[in-house]
Design a protein around this ligand. Sequence first.
Ligand SMILES: [Zn+2]
Length: 113
Amino acid sequence: MKAKTEWVNFKEIKEKVGMEDVLDHYGLLRELKREKNKLVGYSLCNEDHHSKRSFVVNTTENTWHCFSCGESGNVVDFVSLIEDVNIKLAALLLKKWFGIISEKDRKLFKKRS
Ligand SMILES: [Zn+2]
């Protein structure tokens, strides 16, 4: 029986895709204000929450935190929340959007050609 789960290299995705890339993908980068290694802005989850600093991205650590709902995480967690999908599917979406091809994928492509 073929394995149902496709192996996803989360580490590679987190290394190759920055929070800024993901925010830009959603057109959200311009909504945030840059402060040194941070991007701050309104929360994405709660429109009634009017604090300008309720969503904070740390571009050095490549993480984010929402002070409105208390959620935080990395690029994969972010896409998982926005798209309402599990982290594996979120990781696959990131791979697709940013053209990340792992060594394993490369070998598969070679075999086929
Ligand atoms: Zn939130």
